[in-house]
Design a protein around this ligand. Structure first.
Ligand SMILES: [Zn+2]
Length: 234
């Protein structure tokens, strides 16, 4: 059967699949409630496209603002609003994010997913300054642990992901689809621990320092007022 539906990435089933446009809506009722920065999707000059993924039959919602209207034929070039696309924390290096994105595309194939997650771990090693080329991922992880660039716990989790990746690479394939959520959970724990958590702690530390500065200033002004009061009224 010939289909003209564009092949687009669907992050419901993590697959490239034909997407069929089932509804488009020009919400042009006027008013000035449209706020690009606040991501408020209100009835004011916005265009919406609803598409159905032909593989998983789920729906996807695309949106575009009045400044850059998208033609219905290329609805998939508009911004995907739902399902919410994976947005990595800004502290995670691009190479690692890219690898993870590749893994997500093959998530329905457990062996490939495990192999791609293993590559994401390799990316992390390279990004931390240890090149795990020529199948030396085990040594690379050990070195990062010894140099205290990753903790003992993270090293153990990374080694388990390396094992999953090795099993997935076997010709017969050994990873079961039920293991995919575990692999993903282990991987995201590493990401949170290695990148997100230090970044967030640093931000919190800055916030506390700033607040402390402001607090000192408040106290200083109060002290001064009190002093002036005493001088003026004895
Ligand atoms: Zn789908």
């Amino acid at each position: 059967m010939e289909s003209n539906n564009p092949i687009v990435f669907c992050n419901l089933c993590n697959n490239y699949a034909p997407q069929r446009l089932v509804h488009s809506q020009a919400a042009t009722s006027g008013g000035d409630t449209f706020r690009l920065r606040e991501r408020r999707f209100e009835l004011s000059g916005a265009y919406y496209f609803v598409a159905v993924c032909e593989t998983c039959k789920g729906i996807l919602l695309y949106w575009t603002g009045p400044e850059n209207p998208t033609k219905a034929e290329v609805f998939y070039e508009a911004e995907l609003v739902w399902p919410k696309p994976y947005t990595p924390h800004k502290s995670v290096p691009k190479e690692v994010v890219d690898r993870y994105s590749v893994a997500l595309r093959v998530k329905d194939h457990a062996d490939s997913f495990a192999v791609e997650i293993r590559k994401a771990i390799e990316s992390m090693c390279i990004q931390k300054g240890v090149d795990p080329s020529r199948g030396r991922l085990h040594q690379a992880i050990e070195k990062l642990r010894k140099d205290e660039l990753i903790s003992q716990e993270i090293a153990e989790i990374a080694l388990a992901l390396k094992e999953f990746g090795n099993e997935g690479a076997h010709e017969r394939g050994e990873i079961k689809s039920q293991q995919v959520p575990l692999i993903e959970e282990l991987f995201l724990t590493i990401i949170d621990q290695v990148y997100v958590s230090p970044d967030e702690s640093e931000r919190m530390r800055k916030r506390i320092t700033d607040a402390q500065k402001k607090a000192k200033e408040v106290t200083r002004i109060s002290d001064e007022k009190r002093k002036n009061h005493r001088t003026n009224y004895g």
